[in-house]
Ligand binder design. Structure first.
Ligand SMILES: NC(=O)c1ccc[n+]([C@@H]2O[C@H](COP(=O)([O-])OP(=O)(O)OC[C@H]3O[C@@H](n4cnc5c(N)ncnc54)[C@H](OP(=O)(O)O)[C@@H]3O)[C@@H](O)[C@H]2O)c1
Length: 248
């Protein structure tokens, strides 16, 4: 495989770190963007795989910072850019009756607008490589009505809409756009909550396989979208929720 670069936002931990690990394992160089600029948290990773991670600090809600961060990695490596994974996201919840407009706006900015703007920034880099793939990380909440989650649900529904629009508009440039919408996924941050008796019982009731997903499940599937040649798949939202949302 020729050497190629893929950017992953929010790569320092959780699902983004799992995506960065799997991409690097498959031989890609990975531009890892997060506010901290930390390398992906993946204990035990071999030094030759970790050498394919290139971490740069930037806030995805600040377009100039994202542009500078991407340019830094591109200039350092001198490699073509094959793709982007818009993974960085924020979840908060509170009763809708008390939700301030500023909080709704904050989630829309972080989850939806940044997905659009980071995609706009990577567009010329992908175009210069004859096209590429943008994978957005949405959420299965995009099609659900979830109490206290109106801002998060709306922001992730917007990610699905952005995915469809960019896929249609950018197809002539050879750019595909796919939205992966996970269900409950265990990460370091939510592990304790997921292991609490009450939440475990809830997940066992709601998920047909009785277990939440793992970050590595998302990492493996997102990476397969880059490694598998399937030019006709674009614009879709693919749910990875263990069939939770379709179970009767
Ligand atoms: N975990 C789940 O169950 C689940 C389910 C469905 C969908 N998702 C979606 O999957 C994605 C990842 O979730 P996660 O659970 O892995 O989240 P997480 O563990 O909280 O990690 C978030 C990552 O994003 C980075 N980040 C946060 N704000 C940022 C900003 N403004 N600019 C740049 N980087 C930023 C964080 O690093 P810094 O703090 O250093 O910036 C971190 O690397 C999100 O879009 C989330 O909505 C998660």
């Amino acid at each position: 495989m020729k050497q190629q670069l893929i950017f992953v936002t929010g790569a320092s931990r959780g699902i983004g770190a799992a995506i960065a690990l799997e991409l690097a394992t498959q031989g890609y160089q990975v531009g890892c963007l997060s506010r901290s600029g930390d390398l992906p948290s993946a204990p035990g990773t071999s030094p030759d795989i970790a050498a394919r991670w290139h971490a740069v600090p930037c806030d995805v809600t600040q377009p100039d910072a994202v542009r500078n961060a991407m340019n830094t990695v591109v200039e350092r490596l001198g490699l073509p850019v094959a793709g982007l994974v818009n993974n960085a996201g924020l979840h908060t919840e509170q009763p809708t009756i008390d939700l301030p407009a500023e909080e709704f706006q904050r989630l829309m900015n972080m989850n939806a607008l940044s997905t659009l703007q980071v995609s706009q920034i990577v567009y010329p880099l992908l175009q210069a490589n004859g096209g590429g793939l943008i994978v957005n990380i949405g959420s299965f909440f995009d099609k659900l009505g979830v109490k206290r989650n109106v801002a998060y649900c709306a922001s992730k529904a917007a990610v699905g809409a952005i995915t469809r629009c960019l896929a249609v508009e950018w197809a002539p440039a050879g750019i595909k756009v796919i939205n992966i919408a996970p269900g409950y996924i265990v990460t370091d941050l939510n592990k304790d909550a997921m292991e609490s008796d009450a939440f475990k019982a809830y997940l066992q009731r709601r998920i047909p396989g009785k277990q939440p997903g793992q970050a590595r499940d998302v990492g493996a599937f997102v990476t397969s979208l880059f490694t598998t040649r399937c030019d006709f798949l674009t614009g879709e939202t693919i749910y990875m929720d263990g069939a939770q949302a379709i179970s009767a």
